[in-house]
Design a protein around this ligand. Structure first.
Ligand SMILES: NC(=O)c1ccc[n+]([C@@H]2O[C@H](COP(=O)([O-])OP(=O)(O)OC[C@H]3O[C@@H](n4cnc5c(N)ncnc54)[C@H](O)[C@@H]3O)[C@@H](O)[C@H]2O)c1
Length: 294
């Protein structure tokens, strides 16, 4: 059966919902869409950071301190947004997330559950809260934050990769379910973006085995990451307007996508080499020998 394509309106000017808007890509996206004339409805678990974002926006804003793991709070927020929204909801960006570095053999189940319940559970909660409103409007985009780590596996990232693969699978299933409606779903797959992600990460051990502290790992991540939050916001905005199903942020994200198709069993050797070169450039590895024995 052929499903007729509908014309898509640009998202600028419509109401935009963003989770994790207290920092990084969520904040930059709120700032960009507000500057493009959108009322924005924003949440974050960090109330102080969220209010900084709200104060930086030139247009109408509704902000709530919400933990995305709390489905009831997300449903209440969705009802508040529906009552407040000066324009139909054009996009719901389930973006909030955290990071964790921990080898499977040494993992803390509580930390793995923490990450998966935010990075995947929080996305599912956001979809459950807002999908009925978008279906009722018969318009709008659900945009869920995955990662290149939703395409490949990496040592010390088992929980993060699990959550990001799950977001990609969930979003693709949803996208196909929505065929024939005015609502669509897209997945965002960034490579490295200079944000606070690693500053708030739970780091059990140096994933590369050099004995670096959590602060050193975060500084290095910020030096190696190529994109900025503002650039990521621009790419995501254009990708949603273009109706893309998968929005890659950064050329390395596209490269990972190609690599994993060409060499599904060997991609890690190439990624490891690229990572080592980047670490050499910022000066991490020649000075230190790996200390991890397991
Ligand atoms: N930075 C990168 O290189 C990168 C790459 C790929 C994917 N991502 C993903 O992008 C998303 C945004 O991360 P970022 O890089 O902008 O990091 P960030 O740390 O700057 O921003 C994340 C925001 O999410 C909020 N948050 C965390 N837990 C929350 C919870 N339980 N409820 C509500 N809000 C919560 C934080 O307070 C923070 O404001 C995350 O899902 C992350 O996994 C980041």
């Amino acid at each position: 059966m052929r499903v007729a394509k509908r014309a898509r309106a640009p998202i600028a000017g419509s109401t935009i919902v963003i989770t994790g808007a207290g920092s990084g890509m969520g904040r930059a996206f709120a700032q960009r869409l507000s500057a493009h004339g959108s009322p924005v409805a924003i949440v974050d678990v960090n109330g102080a950071a969220l209010e900084e974002t709200a104060a930086s926006l030139p247009g109408p804003v509704l902000s709530r301190t919400v933990d995305v793991r709390d489905l009831d709070a997300q449903i209440q927020f969705a009802a508040d947004v529906a009552a407040w929204a000066p324009a139909p909801i054009g996009m719901v960006f389930n973006n909030a997330g955290v990071a964790l570095a921990s080898f499977v053999a040494e993992a803390s189940p509580a930390d793995d559950d923490w990450l998966i319940s935010i990075n995947f559970g929080g996305v599912v909660n956001g979809v459950r809260a807002f999908l009925p409103i978008l279906l009722e409007q018969d318009s709008g985009a659900i945009v869920n934050m995955s990662s290149v780590m939703g395409l490949v596996g990496a040592p010390s990232q088992s929980a993060y990769c699990s959550a990001k693969f799950a977001v990609r699978g969930f979003t693709e299933a949803l996208r196909h379910e929505l065929r024939g409606t005015g609502v669509r779903a897209a997945t965002v797959l960034p490579g490295g973006v200079k944000t606070n992600l690693m500053r708030t990460a739970r780091v059990h051990s140096d994933p590369r085995g050099y004995g670096r502290s959590a602060d050193e790992i975060a500084s290095e991540f910020e030096q190696i990451a190529r994109s900025t939050p503002a650039r990521a916001a621009e790419v995501i905005h254009r990708g949603v307007d273009a109706g893309k199903a998968r929005i890659f942020v950064g050329y390395e994200a596209r490269m990972v996508d190609v690599l994993v198709r060409l060499a599904p069993n060997r991609y890690f050797g190439v990624l490891d080499l690229v990572q080592r070169n980047a670490e050499r450039q910022v000066g991490t590895i020649p000075r230190r020998r790996p200390v991890r024995s397991a």
